[in-house]
Design a protein around this ligand. Structure first.
Ligand SMILES: Nc1ncnc2c1ncn2[C@@H]1O[C@H](COP(=O)(O)OP(=O)(O)O)[C@@H](O)[C@H]1O
Ligand SMILES: [Mg+2]
Length: 1080
C-alpha cells in the first residue's frame, strides 16, 4: 500500500479566516471581528496574502518553542496556521534557494511588538541556518548587538516599558549555503530630546539607570558619579524604577554583550565616561548677570560640576566655560562674538548633551558594525530586518516634527509595498500567463510628493525657511506652506486664502493637516524650525574637539579649526530624507516581507481587545488597503497539485485517483462543479480564483463531501466490523454447541450406565438370592429327611434292640474294668521297683494316662522312704560331719572356685596332733579348751608379702597363732574380735582375717593367711563364731578387698599369676596402698 501523505493546509481547522484576503464581506467591521475572534483563540497571527498581521498578546505564548521551529521549518507558507515563523522560513528559504535578497519590514505603533517580532525572526533564522563554531560566533555577535543597542536606544514610555527610541534596519549577510557571515546595522532618527527632558511617566534611556544601579563603587568613583538618581537633573524621578526590570542585572548583561560583540575594555570605559559627562552636564546651572553695556549675560552657578566634567573629558575648564557664555558667529572673514543670556546658555547646554548622546549612539552603531561586518569578500545574500515606528498620530495637535518625519517614512514604506506587491502580482500574472487586468487601488505617491518634492515639498520649504536670512519663526514657515501647498489635495490649512477649511474649527490656526494614506494627521507647527536646524553652537563643538578624551574628540570632527566649514550642516529633515531615500533604494532591490504589528489595548494587558484602538491602527497601517491591493486581481491562487489533492473528492473522474496531469484534473473538476468561467483562470502552474466566495464554496463542498466520505468509510467499516464479529460469534457458537451437546450426552450416558448397573445388580442379586433360597430349602429338606431318617432308624433300632439291654449294665462293666487295670498296675510295680540308693533316679514308665498323679505320688513316697532308711544308718559323729559339709556348701557353692575340690575331702580339724608331739607340750598345756582346728598355715608378712609357717589353732573361744618350731603362742584373738573373713573367688587358699578395730589383737592389723584347707577352716570358724557369739561371721568373697595394716588401709588385689610357683599364690607388697596376690 502506498504511504499516505498527509497534506495540511492553512484552511484546516481555521478560526475565523487565516487569510484576510478570503474575508467576505470585506469591510472594517468584519476585519476587526476576524482579528478579535482569532485573538481570543490565541491566534495572534493572521495573513493578508503573504503579509503577517501580529497582534501583541502581552503574555508569553507557547508558540515559539524549538518544536514549533521544527514544525515550520521547510513547510509551505500556506500549509500551517499563520505564524511569524512561516514568514521567516519563507524568506530564509527564498534567500538560500532562489538567491533572492530579502527584507522584512516590521511596522506598527509603539508597543505593538515590532522589536519582539524582529527578535523572533532573527532567532528563527539563527535556529535554522548553518551550524559550526565560526557560524555560531557570528550568530552570537548578531544576537548580542540587540542588548547593547536596546540599552542605549530604548526607554520606558507610557506605551511600552522597553520602547525603541530609534529606527533600526539590520542587514544580515549570508553566504551561498545560507550560513550567516555578518551584518550591517543602520539607525534612524534617535529621539534625542529624551536625553534632556522626558514626558510624564516616562524615563530617560535605560543606560543611565543601568549605570547608576549596576556599576561598582569603584567604577562610580572613577566616573565621578553618585548612585542616587535624584542627584541628576536629566533623570526624571517619577518613574525611575520599572516594574519587573532589574537595571543592575541588565547593566551586567549589557557589559557582557559589549564584550561579546567585540568592544575593548577601554572603549567600553570611554562610552561610560561620555554617559557620565552627559549626566553631569544636566547639573550645570546658570544665573543671570548684567553687564555695563546692558547686554544680558549668564554665569555658571556652581563650577564644581563643570570642573569634574572637564576632568573626565580632559577639556580645559576655561574653554568650556567660555563656550557656555559666548557665541561666535563667523561670516566671511569676520568673527563676531555675542554673549549668551541664561535661556540661551541652557539651550546650549541641552543641545550639547543631546548631540553628545546622539553622536555617541551613532558611534556605537558604527562600532558594532565594525565588529559584525562580514569578513569575506565573497558575494553575499542579504536579509534586511526593518524595525521602525509605524504611523504616529497623537490626539489633538500634539503631533510635531518627529511625527511628521516618521509618518513620511511610513508613506514611503507604503509606497514600496504598493510598488512591490503590484510588481510581484504583475510578474506572477505574466509568469502564469494570465491576462493582466487593471487593478483599482489608491496610490500614495502623491502624498510622498507633497512632502519630499525638491522644489515645493514641505521638507524643502522648511529648509528654505531655516536658511533664509531675517527673522524666521514657525509661523513664517506655516504661512509659506499655506501659500505653496494650498491647492494640494492632501494638504489642509485654515490660513490659505481660498481655503476650503476656513470654517473648520477643528483645525487650529497654528496647525496644518495632511491626509495621509492611513488617515488625517494634524501637525502643530511649533518647534519645526528649531528641530530642523538642530543647532549646536560652534564654540561648543570646538570645545569638544579640544578634549583630550579621544572618543569625544572623534564625535565632534567639525570642531577642528583646520576643517572649518562655513556652510551650514545639513538640516535634520534633509538628512532624514536622504537616509530614507537610501533605505528605499536598498529595499527596492529586495524581496519584501511584511509584518504588521497591532496593539490590542493601551494597558499592556493580556486578553483585552479594544476594538476602537485596533480600528484606529488598522486604518493608519492601511491594512484594508493592503487587502484590496492583494485582492485586486485574483484573491486566491494555488498550484495545481495541492489543489487537485485537496478537492479531487468533489468529482467522480478525479476521485479517488486522477491519472494524468494535475492541470487537466483541475480543469475537469472545475467544469464539473460548474463555476462561472470569470471566477477562475488557469495559469501555467496555478489555478487563480477571483473571489473568495468561490474558494469557500469549494471548501464547503469539500467539507460536506468529506463528511459523506467519512460516513461511507464509517458505514463500510461498521458493516465489516459487525460481520466479522458475527462470523466469529457464529463459529464460536458452533464450537460451544458441539461441546455442550457432547457434554450433555456424556452425562446422560453415564447416568443410564450407572442406572443399568444398579438395576442389573439388583436383578442378579434377586436371582441369586432366589437360587440360594431354593438351594437352602433343598438342603434343609435333605437334612430334615436325614434327621427324620436317623431318628426314625434310632427309633426302629431301639425298638428292635430294647429287649437286649439292662439299664445299669454299662456302669458295672466300666467299674470292673477299672479295678482290674489298677490291680494289674500295682502288681506290676512291685516287680519293677528301683534300688534303695537315694541317688538312684530310675523309675518305671507310666502305663496309663489316667494313673499319672498316682504314679508321681508313688515315686515321691518311695523316695522319702528310701532316704529315711538311709539316714537311719548314720552315727552322731557322721551326722556332724555332714552338717559341716552342708554348711560349707551353703557358704561357698558357686561362689568360690576352690569349693568343688573340697567336697571330696573329709574335714579332719586337728591335722596337727599337738598332744602326741612332745615338741608342743607347752602349747598343749597353755590351751585348756577343746581344739577345733590345729593346722600349719602360711602367714603372710604384712610388710613384704613373704610367707612364714604358723600353727593355726581354733578353740571354742579363741583363735591362736603359734610358732611352728617352738610352739610358742604368738597371738591370741578372742572370736568376738573377729569381724570378717575375706577371700578371692578364685581357686586359691588365700584369706584375710579382719579384726575388730581397737581390740588388743588388732594393733598389728588384720591377718593374711594361705592354707590348703581354706574351705574347712572358714566353715569351722563360721560355725564356732555362730555357736559362741550367736552372730553370723561376715564372709566376703571378692577379688579386691581392703585390709587394715596398723594405720593403713591396704588394698589386696588378686591377679592372674604365672604357673612357675606351683599352686601356691605369691604375694607382693606393691606400695603402702596395694598388695598384689598372683593366683596361678
Ligand atoms: N509575540 C509576543 N509575545 C509575547 N509578548 C509580546 C510579543 N510581542 C510583544 N510583546 C510584549 O509587548 C511588549 C512591547 O513589545 P515591543 O516589541 O518592544 O514593541 P515595539 O517595538 O513595537 O514598541 C514587549 O515588551 C512584550 O512584553
Ligand atoms: Mg521597539
Amino acid at each position: 500500500m502506498a504511504k499516505m501523505e498527509v497534506k495540511t493546509s492553512l484552511l484546516d481547522n481555521m478560526i475565523g479566516v487565516g487569510d484576510m484576503v478570503l474575508l467576505e464581506p470585506l469591510n472594517e467591521e468584519s476585519f476587526i471581528d476576524n482579528l478579535k475572534k482569532r485573538f481570543d483563540h490565541n491566534e495572534i497571527y493572521t495573513y493578508i496574502g503573504s503579509v503577517v498581521i501580529s497582534v501583541n498578546p502581552y503574555r508569553s505564548l507557547p508558540i515559539y518553542s524549538p518544536e514549533k521551529v521544527e514544525d515550520y521549518r521547510n513547510r509551505n507558507f500556506y500549509e500551517l496556521s499563520p505564524h511569524i515563523f512561516a514568514l521567516s522560513d519563507e524568506a530564509y528559504r527564498s534567500l538560500r534557494d532562489q538567491d533572492k535578497d530579502q527584507c522584512i519590514l516590521i511596522t506598527g505603533e509603539s508597543g505593538a511588538g515590532k522589536t519582539e517580532a524582529s527578535k523572533l525572526v532573527m532567532s528563527y533564522v539563527a535556529a535554522v541556518c548553518g551550524k559550526g563554531a565560526e557560524v555560531n560566533q557570528v550568530k552570537e555577535q548578531l544576537l548580542q548587538s540587540n542588548p547593547v543597542l536596546e540599552a542605549f536606544g530604548n526607554a520606558k514610555t507610557v506605551r511600552n516599558d522597553n520602547s525603541s527610541r530609534f529606527g533600526k534596519y539590520m542587514d544580515i549577510e549570508f553566504d551561498f549555503k545560507g550560513d550567516p557571515l555578518g551584518g550591517v546595522i543602520s539607525n534612524y532618527l534617535l529621539e534625542k530630546s529624551r536625553v534632556v527632558k522626558q514626558p510624564r511617566g516616562e524615563r530617560n534611556f535605560h543606560i543611565f539607570y543601568q549605570l547608576l544601579s549596576g556599576a561598582s563603587e569603584d567604577l562610580l568613583q572613577k566616573l565621578k558619579l553618585e548612585r542616587d538618581f535624584s542627584r541628576y537633573n536629566y533623570l526624571s524621578l517619577d518613574s525611575a524604577k520599572v516594574n519587573g526590570v532589574d537595571d543592575a542585572a541588565n547593566f551586567r548583561t549589557v557589559r557582557n554583550a559589549m564584550q561579546i560583540v567585540g568592544f575593548m575594555d577601554h572603549e567600553a570605559q570611554s562610552v561610560l565616561e561620555v554617559i557620565a559627562a552627559v549626566l553631569k552636564l544636566g547639573n550645570i546651572e546658570f544665573k543671570p548677570e548684567s553687564r555695563v553695556n546692558g547686554l544680558d549675560e549668564s554665569k555658571i552657578k556652581d563650577k564644581n560640576e563643570l570642573k569634574e566634567i572637564c576632568e573626565l573629558t580632559g577639556i580645559d575648564q576655561s574653554v568650556l566655560e567660555r563656550a557656555f557664555s559666548f557665541r561666535t558667529v563667523e561670516a566671511k572673514q569676520e568673527k563676531v562674538s555675542t554673549t549668551l543670556n541664561v535661556a540661551q546658555a541652557y539651550y546650549a547646554r541641552d543641545a550639547l548633551a543631546k548631540n553628545l548622546y546622539s553622536r555617541l549612539f551613532s558611534w556605537l552603531v558604527n562600532r558594532i558594525n565594525e565588529s559584525i561586518k562580514a569578513q569575506t569578500k565573497v558575494r553575499k545574500k542579504v536579509m534586511g530586518v526593518l524595525d521602525i515606528y509605524g504611523f504616529e498620530i497623537f490626539e489633538n495637535a500634539d503631533n510635531s516634527f518627529e511625527q511628521f518625519i516618521i509618518n513620511y517614512c511610513n508613506e514611503k514604506l507604503q509606497q514600496i509595498f504598493i510598488e512591490l506587491t503590484l510588481k510581484e502580482e504583475q510578474e506572477e500574472y505574466i509568469r502564469e500567463d494570465i491576462e493582466w487586468t487593471h487593478i483599482d487601488y489608491f496610490n500614495n505617491a502623491v502624498i510622498c510628493d507633497l512632502i519630499e518634492n525638491n522644489t515645493n515639498g514641505i521638507l524643502a520649504m522648511l529648509d528654505e525657511e531655516c536658511l533664509r536670512p531675517g527673522t524666521v519663526t514657525d509661523e513664517t514657515f506655516l504661512e509659506k506652506l499655506n501659500q505653496v501647498c494650498a491647492t494640494h489635495q492632501h494638504f489642509e490649512s485654515r490660513m490659505s486664502k481660498c481655503s476650503r477649511f476656513l470654517n473648520d474649527t477643528s483645525l487650529p490656526h497654528s496647525c496644518f493637516r495632511i491626509q495621509h494614506y492611513a488617515g488625517k494627521v494634524m501637525y502643530q507647527v511649533e518647534g519645526f524650525v528649531d528641530k530642523n536646524n538642530d543647532l549646536l553652537y560652534r564654540d561648543l563643538s570646538q570645545a569638544m574637539w579640544k578634549a583630550s578624551h579621544s572618543l569625544i574628540k572623534a564625535l565632534f570632527p567639525e570642531g577642528n579649526p583646520a576643517k572649518i566649514n562655513l556652510k551650514r550642516p545639513p538640516t535634520a529633515g534633509s538628512q532624514f530624507k536622504a537616509s530614507v531615500a537610501t533605505l528605499m533604494k536598498n529595499l527596492q532591490t529586495k524581496n519584501p516581507n511584511y509584518i504588521r504589528c497591532i496593539k490590542p489595548n493601551d494597558k499592556k494587558a493580556a486578553h483585552i481587545f479594544n476594538d476602537a484602538l485596533v480600528c484606529h491602527q488598522i486604518r493608519y497601517l492601511g491594512l484594508l488597503e493592503n487587502v484590496r491591493v492583494r485582492r485586486a486581481g485574483y484573491a486566491f491562487r494555488q498550484a495545481y497539485e495541492p489543489c487537485l489533492e485537496r478537492y479531487k473528492m468533489l468529482c467522480k473522474q478525479t476521485w479517488p485517483h486522477w491519472k494524468g496531469p494535475a492541470r487537466a484534473g483541475v480543469e475537469v473538476l472545475f467544469n464539473e462543479l460548474e463555476f462561472p468561467v470569470e471566477e477562475y483562470s488557469f495559469g501555467r502552474s496555478k489555478i487563480f480564483i477571483r473571489n473568495p466566495r468561490t474558494l469557500f464554496k469549494l471548501e464547503d463542498l469539500r467539507k460536506r463531501r468529506l463528511e459523506d466520505l467519512a460516513t461511507l468509510i464509517q458505514k463500510i467499516f461498521r458493516g465489516w466490523k459487525c460481520r466479522t464479529h458475527f462470523l466469529l460469534m457464529k463459529k464460536s457458537q458452533i464450537v460451544i454447541a458441539a461441546w455442550s451437546r457432547r457434554y450433555a450426552q456424556q452425562k446422560k450416558y453415564q447416568q443410564i450406565k450407572s442406572s443399568t448397573i444398579v438395576i442389573q445388580s439388583f436383578i442378579r442379586g434377586w436371582k441369586a438370592r432366589k437360587i440360594l433360597r431354593e438351594l437352602k430349602h433343598e438342603k434343609r429338606c435333605q437334612e430334615a429327611v436325614t434327621t427324620i431318617a436317623a431318628f426314625w432308624h434310632g427309633t426302629q433300632v431301639r425298638r428292635e434292640y430294647r429287649k437286649f439291654f439292662r439299664a445299669n449294665a454299662g456302669k458295672k462293666i466300666y467299674e470292673f474294668t477299672l479295678q482290674r487295670i489298677v490291680q494289674k498296675y500295682f502288681l506290676e510295680m512291685k516287680n519293677k521297683m528301683p534300688s534303695l540308693s537315694p541317688i538312684d533316679k530310675n523309675w518305671p514308665a507310666r502305663p496309663y494316662l489316667f494313673l499319672d498323679s498316682t504314679h508321681k505320688e508313688l515315686k515321691r513316697i518311695f523316695h522319702l522312704w528310701r532316704c529315711k532308711k538311709y539316714r537311719d544308718q548314720f552315727t552322731d559323729q557322721r551326722k556332724l560331719i555332714y552338717e559341716e559339709k552342708l554348711e560349707a556348701s551353703e557358704l561357698f557353692k558357686d561362689k568360690k572356685a576352690l569349693y568343688p575340690s573340697s567336697v571330696g575331702q573329709p574335714f579332719q580339724g586337728a591335722y596337727l596332733e599337738i598332744s602326741k608331739d612332745p615338741k608342743y607340750k607347752k602349747l598343749k598345756d597353755a590351751i585348756e579348751e577343746k581344739i577345733i582346728i590345729a593346722e600349719v598355715v602360711n602367714k603372710i608378712n604384712r610388710a613384704n608379702g613373704k610367707c612364714a609357717s604358723r600353727i593355726f589353732l581354733l578353740t571354742n573361744n579363741n583363735l591362736l597363732l603359734a610358732d611352728q618350731k617352738s610352739g610358742n603362742i604368738k597371738s591370741e584373738v578372742p572370736l568376738g574380735d573377729v569381724t570378717k573373713v575375706s577371700m578371692s573367688s578364685q581357686n586359691d587358699g588365700f584369706f584375710a582375717v579382719h579384726l575388730k578395730e581397737g581390740s588388743g589383737a588388732a594393733s598389728k592389723g588384720d591377718f593374711l593367711f594361705s592354707s590348703d584347707h581354706l574351705i574347712e577352716m572358714a566353715t569351722k570358724l563360721y560355725r564356732t563364731t555362730l555357736s559362741q557369739t550367736k552372730q553370723k561371721l561376715n564372709i566376703e568373697i571378692s577379688d579386691e578387698f581392703l585390709v587394715q595394716f596398723r594405720q593403713d588401709k591396704v588394698c589386696v588385689k588378686f591377679i592372674q599369676g604365672n604357673q612357675k610357683n606351683g599352686s601356691v599364690p605369691t604375694c607382693k607388697r606393691k606400695n603402702n596402698r596395694l598388695l598384689e596376690v598372683a593366683v596361678p
